[in-house]
Design a protein around this ligand. Structure first.
Ligand code: F6R
Length: 289
């Protein structure tokens, strides 16, 4: 069991967790970790990614865009610059891309990943995959993307943000919980939330090519980050609500190895916080560093 550098949390990162595609039922868990400060959420996420790459240098990482992982990416770049981690052998698959935006478009997720992470560390760009939002046949592009993930051996660690409407990737409320990479229409809430990146709601693309809920559930480990009170209702529904396509993130309740990393504000509508703290405390007592 490794211990997170900054936060002191036990990370279930022995090689069996990373290499086993099917954890046995007794190893299945959804850990809810509530941290005091948003910065600790980013630090723990960076710790988990770095530990994964240290254990398996050619790990396959699933990556997210948006505001939430920005600080995590900054920390990864900092650790790379300090010589603490190398991504040279890593393969990455991003969750999604807007339909109609090419890789050179300043609003595309290609540009986002390039400017915040890929160009700032030693990633091999040939192994950094993002769905092609300009593909002439989007259905075929979705199928090609799924085959590429499979050919890479599947995703070892999937990083996720959370939409205020309960989406993961761009799987909006009502998405099939078995879905794979395909085109989805953005919800009214997401158009409103993402208007901040585009200047106005009208300019936000209406469609995205996105990994499905089923694609995300197939990742060997999933780590979802949520920061801020505007995520609190979605966090409550994800962790304590029923499993439902109305809240696609609730599908993580079925994931064999999911970690939900929250700051206090994002956790503020949870009912069982005392239990989550106690469960984490018990883990730490059972497996001291
Ligand atoms: C991004 C993605 C989305 C975001 C979510 C939260 O690749 O798939 O699900 O993670 O919309 O976005 P932020 O972090 O901007 O609040």
């Amino acid at each position: 069991m490794e211990r997170a550098a900054e936060t002191g949390y036990n990370l279930p990162l022995c090689s069996a967790h990373i290499h086993n595609s099917h954890p046995t039922p007794q190893h299945c868990s959804m850990r809810v970790i509530i941290l005091d400060h948003p910065q600790q959420v980013s630090q723990l996420a960076a710790d988990i990614i770095c530990s994964t790459v240290a254990t398996k240098p050619n790990a396959v990482l699933g990556l997210a865009t948006g505001s939430t992982p920005l600080e995590t990416y900054r920390l990864l770049v900092e650790r790379y610059e300090q010589g603490l981690v190398s991504f040279a052998q890593v393969t990455t698959f991003n969750l999604d891309e807007y339909v109609g935006l090419g890789p050179d478009d300043s609003q595309s997720y290609h540009q986002f990943m390039h400017s915040h992470l890929f160009s700032r560390a030693d990633f091999c760009v040939d192994r950094c995959h993002i769905p092609a939002g300009l593909a002439p046949d989007l259905k075929a592009e979705g199928e090609r993307y799924e085959r590429a993930i499979e050919a890479a051996g599947g995703i070892d660690l999937q990083l996720l943000g959370l939409g205020s409407d309960g989406h993961i990737a761009f799987n909006e409320p009502g998405s099939s919980l078995a879905s794979r990479t395909r085109v989805k229409a953005l919800s009214a809430q997401t158009l409103q939330d993402n208007a901040r990146f585009f200047g106005s709601e009208e300019q936000v693309p209406r469609l995205a090519l996105t990994m499905g809920v089923g694609s995300i559930l197939a990742a060997r480990r999933a780590v979802l980050l949520a920061i801020g009170s505007h995520k609190a209702a979605a966090v409550r529904d994800l962790v304590e609500g029923p499993l439902t396509a109305r809240v696609p993130a609730s599908a993580l309740q079925l994931h064999p190895q999911a970690m939900i990393l929250l700051d206090q504000a994002a956790a503020s509508q949870l009912e069982n916080t005392e239990y989550y703290h106690r469960a984490e405390q018990a883990q730490r007592t059972r497996s001291p560093a």
